[in-house]
Design a protein. Structure first.
Length: 100
């Protein structure tokens, strides 16, 4: 009988340890939802809107706004405003209206 309570004590200790460490390991937390990114027109969007694009820093957004107008998004790479990799991150989220 003493042996059995010793095993239960060990089991309880392991259970308490797991309960205390699992939240710290983020195993029980939900993953954050990805931010919804709307389509941004590179020729008309404000600098703040451009900053909301994935991976675009405030300095990148400033260069994008200052480099207007654009005939197509690839102009960003051709004018050395963004790298090809940076453009690939935002390509699905940008458009260029040339009717202006």
């Amino acid at each position: 009988m003493v042996r059995r309570s010793g095993r239960l004590g060990l089991s309880a200790a392991v259970a308490l340890m797991l309960v205390g460490t699992l939240p710290a390991c983020r195993l029980l937390h939900r993953a954050p939802r990805p931010a919804v990114v709307e389509t941004v027109d590179l020729n008309t969007a404000s600098q703040r809107k451009v900053e909301r694009l994935p991976g675009i820093t405030p300095s990148m957004a400033k260069r994008i706004v200052e480099g207007r107008p654009y005939a197509n998004p690839r102009d960003l790479v051709e004018r050395d405003i963004l790298t090809e990799r940076e453009l690939e991150r935002i390509l699905d989220h940008v458009t260029v209206d040339t009717k202006q």
